[in-house]
Design a protein. Structure first.
Length: 664
């Protein structure tokens, strides 16, 4: 025998009698370097390519263990097609589960299969029956109690009773005690990080507390608590607050990001730190910790959570600048480098230097910020520009937090290159912002969301879709009017299980840019206090409430894995479905905010498990209209001047195997 990797000329390093091969296991992220992601209540479906030489039968087992346990549990995997095996196990609590796959040649199953063929061919099987008796005796030796005694009795009888050899009860009990001495195990223990449901399904509402006072007065956290019913009434789960810390005065920005502020300009909340304190202090005009506690408690009463902005940066007035100048990048002229994103300049913000010689103390101080706010009952953080901080820090910090608090959610605000966004997700971020804001055509949306909902991306990246943010007012919203706002809301809320809006700018359809060609708002709330008329009769609040109600009442919209696009013969219309069990939702959106668009949507009724004979009903949940459809092709027409989308709930019949495969 020739030599090769893992063996010497005289002796192979592995037992060559191990004939079962495991060629691939899925899901697996970067060869097991990172965990896949799921949420409590889901099943982790695992596939493996497994086979052996020749025609022998194999058995394949899925092995798994729950968080903080050492006991492996096992469940058989079943063959599917082309040597693919499938199994699953339940994810019942938060934390990290481990899993792997084991396979071996199943001599008893091979024997039964060969015996059945010979019996069918009318051949003499007396020797084969003796062989079966030996196999049953060996199984009895691995069994105990009643099963061992029963297998021994069957071993004595099987040579005289070919029908006993074919008995399913015999096969079932014998299979419990296989010979696994020559089994093959996948060389890696893989992991699945299991989060709570809100990590997968959530609706976020961003607001600036300082704009929620009355009559132009600086708002407080108590003001937000008093008016939180407004946000809850629209159906949001998470109310997200930009930084609520003291704001520096050095190089403070004025209205519309000017460099010459007036004495009454309030500055940018992201310029964190002043003599009153830094990242663990509250801006004095917002109130005190008791006011924050009241807001958190009120949110909890409304089945909501408060999310805080985690912005690791400092104003020149932050206490860290004086106490730890080594944590910031010093320029050759002795000044500290401020933040830039050309052509944007943020003279009022100093980035952290993650190459600091004092990096260990820096890491601990940054982590202590998170621990402090967890101590105040905050379990959700939107992280500002994480791609400008060290990857190694995030993996360490998020890992440390999740070991003690696996229910903490970290949303990555990383508008950067795709591979960087994906790396942050792999490192532990629960959700991530996306390029949704800049994907507006049918082809752009279809291509992008097919990528996000296909392996391997779907196994580690959870998108959170935002049609607007305080930093981004896309041209579509600047020029598209009410129809554009409504269409983008429906797309965000149905393409993604998690989405968010920056309000009240969104529902009040704020659309004026600071200048032509800019995505910055005129009179941006980042730099000044705004006064919002929440009772404006033109507000989209009622429409948003309806959309969020649809999301909550349809399990299909609570996840992304089942997203499937469908042909519709008009480039200004996009159609897609999601399903969960028998809940099937079909969404059609008019991407043209100015004109009525119509077309024929193609739904493969058989694949989707729709009983289409002779007709089937579709219920538009946005308008409450009901239509009778027939066959695979049906006509739709949408007017952006009224409601530019359909969200159909479709009654399904039987579920086909093909549909089941597609859903998985």
């Amino acid at each position: 025998m020739g030599t090769g990797e893992g063996m010497t000329a005289d002796h192979p390093s592995e037992d060559g009698r191990r004939r079962a091969v495991i060629d691939a296991v899925r899901p697996e992220v970067d060869a097991g370097r990172f965990p896949v992601k799921r949420t409590v209540g889901e099943q982790l479906v695992v596939e493996a390519d497994a086979f052996c030489d020749g025609h022998d039968r194999i058995a394949v087992l899925l092995r798994w263990k729950a968080p903080d346990t050492h006991t492996w549990r096992e469940t058989p995997m079943r063959p599917d097609h082309n040597d693919v095996w499938r199994g699953s196990f339940p994810l019942e609590r938060m934390g990290r589960y481990a899993y792997t796959v084991e396979a071996w040649v199943d001599h008893f199953a091979t024997w039964r299969y060969g015996l059945a063929k010979k019996v069918e061919a009318g051949q003499d099987v007396s020797v084969e029956l003796l062989e079966g008796g030996l196999l049953l005796r060996e199984a009895a030796g691995r069994a105990s109690g009643d099963d061992a005694a029963l297998l021994l009795r069957w071993a004595d009888r099987v040579a005289r009773d070919p029908q006993l050899a074919m008995d399913s009860d015999v096969a079932a009990i014998a299979s419990r005690y296989p010979d696994r001495s020559l089994s093959t195990t996948w060389p890696r223990e893989l992991e699945v990080a299991v989060d709570r449901e809100r990590a997968r399904f959530s609706a976020w509402y961003e607001l600036f507390p300082r704009s929620w006072g009355s009559e132009g007065r600086h708002g407080t956290l108590s003001d937000v608590a008093d008016r939180l019913d407004y946000v809850a009434g629209m159906g949001f789960d998470i109310v997200y607050l930009p930084p609520i810390h003291p704001i520096g005065t050095s190089y403070r920005k004025g209205r519309n990001n000017t460099l010459d502020p007036t004495p009454d300009d309030v500055g940018s909340p992201w310029a964190i730190g002043a003599p009153e304190g830094g990242h663990t202090a509250l801006h004095p005009d917002l109130g005190d910790m008791a006011d924050l506690d009241r807001l958190v408690a009120r949110a909890r009463e409304l089945d909501m959570e408060v999310a805080l902005d985690l912005a690791y940066q400092c104003s020149p007035d932050h206490p860290w600048v004086a106490e730890h100048p080594e944590w910031f990048k010093q320029r050759p002229d002795g000044t500290i480098q401020y933040a830039e994103n050309p052509p944007k300049k943020y003279q009022d913000i100093y980035p952290i230097d993650f190459e600091s010689q004092d990096w260990e103390n820096l890491w601990r101080a940054l982590a202590d910020v998170v621990w402090f706010w967890i101590g105040r009952g905050i379990k959700v953080f939107r992280v500002d520009n994480p791609h400008t901080k060290a990857f190694a820090f995030w993996e360490w910090m998020i890992g440390e937090v999740h070991r003690e608090h696996p229910d903490v959610i970290f949303l990555s605000e990383a508008f950067t290159r795709p591979k960087v966004m994906y790396r942050l997700a792999k490192l532990g971020f629960t959700q991530s912002y996306t390029y949704f804001t800049w994907r507006n055509t049918k082809s752009e949306l279809t291509e992008y969301f097919t990528e996000l909902t296909s392996p391997p991306v779907v196994d580690f990246f959870r998108p959170n879709l935002w049609p607007n943010t305080p930093d981004i007012l896309h041209e579509t919203l600047q020029t598209g009017g009410r129809g554009a706002f409504m269409a983008r809301l429906v797309l965000a809320a149905t393409l993604g299980a998690s989405y968010g809006i920056y309000g009240p700018a969104f529902e009040l359809m704020e659309h004026e840019p600071v200048r032509e060609g800019s995505e910055e708002y005129l009179h941006s709330e980042k730099y000044e206090i705004r006064s919002w008329d929440l009772k404006d009769p033109d507000s989209l609040a009622e429409f948003i409430s309806r959309v969020n109600g649809i999301r909550r009442s349809n399990p299909a919209l609570r996840s992304d894995r089942s997203l499937r696009f469908h042909h519709i013969d008009n480039e200004q219309l996009i159609a897609y479905t999601k399903r969960e069990g028998e809940n099937l939702v079909c969404v059609v959106v008019n991407l043209d905010p100015f004109n009525v668009q119509s077309g024929w949507v193609h739904l493969p009724t058989e694949d989707l498990g729709i009983d289409a004979h002779p007709t089937y009903q579709v219920h538009d949940l946005l308008t409450d209209a009901r239509y009778q459809w027939q066959g695979d092709h049906n006509f739709v027409q949408l007017d952006p001047g009224s409601v530019p989308a359909h969200v159909f709930r479709i009654a399904t019949g039987h579920r086909t195997e093909r549909d089941f495969e597609s859903y998985l």
